[in-house]
Ligand binder design. Structure first.
Ligand SMILES: Nc1ncnc2c1ncn2[C@@H]1O[C@H](COP(=O)(O)OP(=O)(O)OP(=O)(O)O)[C@@H](O)[C@H]1O
Length: 636
């Protein structure tokens, strides 16, 4: 008997209240999903119990037949969803039901627009879970007991969804959770058993536990006698072991929504039965949208691991590398032992082979998608492209495969939406072109307008425009593709290989000799700022640009590392000048060395600005420039 039931009234976390209000309105047109959400939670609770029971059999309390029961009570106008899964302790109820402890909560609330249709989609993506009960219920009672605790440690939680809830300790003989929804006045449709059954069939048929509803029928011998029989409403077979041809798209979609906690159907479904040295079933999905916490490498919810249809664990890190963390689904192995633990998995040869097979299947499926459904692939790339790029850095053995999947912006169409593959780039290479040229910058605009591109544009040579932070790492690891090396156009002297025009080259040689005095004058002013001053033919419109030396680091990488707090010694750039530019010609004529000094400093600062760099002393740059403008206007 419970002596002190310790009943208390607590307030919802502010976000919960806000989410509840929004959800009830936004999801009203799709209210039947409450059942899917509650059944899904019950199934997860059973999975959790199975996992914990692997190391502590006693948690089953002699009852390892895990089930879900759904009951309708016409008189009381309630629906109850009951499971004999893991249950919750008092602390867990407070933590899980009264608060939102999800990563991405802040971004979610920021993303809300007030537009009902748009917000409904966002709410769905964020996950409504348990709270969806309040769409149709004006009071919800949750009674639960955690497996392993004694009967007097049951907990009853109750709320009208109005900002507060009560919680008290009660006796509960059966472990697990029961949720009772007290229906709102106009929700009688959910008191019809056939309606509830059809909702379960529609959304939860794939749940591997039996979902049971007590059904009233007449006794075979006495037609006046009513008997209540338990009926299993769902097919309760594991979808992933079924034959591909027998599974409908709706079934896949509903299963996906369950494993991924998503509202929208997946972008791509990958279903394979792998036979050979290792036997396993793989059912993987690529979501249609990036989750809010995609960037958080720690909150992964990727693949579930099953062994012979028994759930073993969630977020199995060993099954997928981090760069595929957006993939959701199930791997069911026939060979792993049932008592496999996270520790065992860490150095298990079999799991390594499953992992490499799974990665290959996913990359292969993405390649097919890219070839056969480019529009869908564009959506994939928009949502997950940045994460996939990590694969170039992380996954040496699949680098070539991942490289094929990359999409870039290039000077071919100057489009900010990356859509060009390296294969396409190579297919368009100019005769005699040996390298894949690229430029990295902090923003797309800076990359697109860089003076370094001038000669390439003039000659019609395509250049890949890279402007995401990960790109700096990408090009460090992806040094070649299909035998063509990748070459930064902001590093070293311009080397166009066979595309070079000998006459142009000779001109530069000549200019370097002819302009020697000018170069020396500039060098004198810029001493300490640049490593070298030389002429170039890579510029057509700009007077000067900065380049890193051959062994040096691209300026944009240097800035990125500094921003990340790394202490790296700055390498001095080389300034290259365009000997035919009117500004350079005017400088050459300048007799006043002070004024010449100002010209040279402005030239340097301009070149730095045009590649997205920051001036050390912007005020001096402006004052020099203004000085110059005043003189020019006086002269005019
Ligand atoms: N039947 C249940 N048995 C045990 N724990 C449960 C049950 N239902 C909910 N919970 C706990 O409450 C938490 C919150 O549930 P809720 O449905 O709000 O979100 P979720 O399932 O974590 O995610 P989502 O919102 O994406 O469905 C769950 O993570 C789980 O820990």
């Amino acid at each position: 008997m419970v002596v002190d039931n310790h009943k208390e009234t607590l307030g919802f976390q502010a976000e919960v209240k806000q989410l509840l209000d929004l959800m009830i309105h936004a999801l009203y047109s799709n209210k039947e999903i409450f059942l899917r959400e509650l059944v899904s939670n019950a199934s997860d609770a059973a999975d959790k119990l199975r996992f914990e029971a692997l190391s502590d059999d006693g948690l089953y309390e002699g009852d390892s037949q895990l089930k879900i029961w759904v009951e309708v009570n016409q008189d009381a106008r309630t629906i109850s969803i009951r499971d004999n899964g893991i249950g919750m302790s008092r602390e867990e109820v407070i933590e899980n039901i009264g608060t939102i402890a999800k990563s991405g909560t802040r971004q979610f609330f920021k993303a809300l627009t007030g537009d009902q249709a748009k917000d409904a989609q966002l709410i769905g993506q964020f996950g409504v879970g348990f709270y969806s009960s309040f769409i149709i219920a004006d009071k919800v009672t949750l009674t639960t007991r955690r497996a392993g605790l004694t009967a007097e440690h049951g907990v009853r939680w109750e709320s009208a969804g109005d900002g507060e809830y009560t919680i008290e300790t009660v006796d509960k003989a059966q472990r697990g959770t029961e949720i009772t929804l007290h229906l709102r006045d106009d929700e009688d449709e959910f008191l019809q058993e056939y309606r509830i059954k059809s909702i379960i069939k529609k959304y939860s048929d794939h749940i591997t536990l039996p979902i049971i509803m007590p059904t009233v029928s007449t006794d075979e011998n006495d037609e006046n006698l009513k008997v209540i029989k338990d009926e299993v409403v769902n097919s309760a077979t594991a979808l992933w072991v079924r034959n591909k041809a027998d599974v409908t798209e709706e079934e896949y979609n509903e299963f996906y929504k369950h494993v991924a906690h998503d509202f929208e159907p997946p972008l791509l479904t990958i279903h394979n039965k792998v036979e050979g040295t290792m036997e396993y079933n793989l059912l993987a999905f690529i979501p249609g949208r990036a989750p809010f916490d995609l960037w958080d490498r720690n909150t992964r919810r990727g693949m579930k691991l099953y062994v012979r249809r028994i759930f073993i664990m969630d977020d199995s890190e060993q099954l997928l590398p981090p760069y595929l963390r957006f993939v959701r689904g199930v791997v069911d192995s026939s060979d792993l032992p049932l008592n496999v633990s996270r520790e065992i998995l860490q150095q298990n040869k079999q799991i390594e082979s499953i992992r490499s097979g799974t990665v290959k299947k996913i990359l292969g499926a993405l390649e097919n998608l890219a070839n056969n459904e480019p529009e869908k692939y564009a959506t994939f790339w928009r949502e997950f492209g940045k994460v996939l790029k990590e694969g170039i850095v992380d996954d040496h053995s699949n680098r070539e495969k991942v490289a094929k999947l990359l999409r870039f912006s290039t000077t071919h169409d100057d489009n900010n939406q990356p859509a060009i593959s390296l294969e396409q780039y190579i297919g368009r290479m100019k005769e005699g072109q040996e390298k894949i040229y690229y430029i990295t910058a902090e923003t797309f605009a800076a990359a697109k307008s860089s003076p370094h591109l001038e000669i390439f544009r003039k000659k019609g040579i395509e250049v890949v425009l890279l402007s995401e932070p990960i790109d700096e790492w990408l090009v460090m690891h992806l040094t070649e593709f299909e035998g063509k090396s990748l070459q930064s156009i902001t590093k070293g002297s311009l080397d166009l290989g066979q595309l070079e025009d000998q006459a142009e080259k000779d001109q530069v040689e000549k200019a370097n000799t002819e302009k020697k005095p000018l170069l020396e004058r500039i060098q004198k002013v810029l001493v300490g700022k640049v490593k070298e001053v030389r002429t170039t033919y890579r510029l057509t419109n700009s007077p000067a640009c900065l380049v890193a030396d051959e062994q040096g680091m691209d300026a944009s990488l240097e800035r990125l590392l500094k921003a990340a707090g790394q202490s790296i010694s700055s390498s001095k750039p080389i300034i290259e000048i365009n000997p035919t530019h009117p500004l350079i010609l005017a400088m050459e004529r300048e007799q006043d060395e002070n004024r010449f000094g100002d010209w040279a400093l402005i030239l340097f600062d301009q070149a730095l600005l045009s590649e997205g760099g920051q001036l050390e002393d912007p005020a001096s740059f402006i004052s020099r420039l203004n000085q110059m403008l005043i003189q020019l206007s006086k002269a005019a």
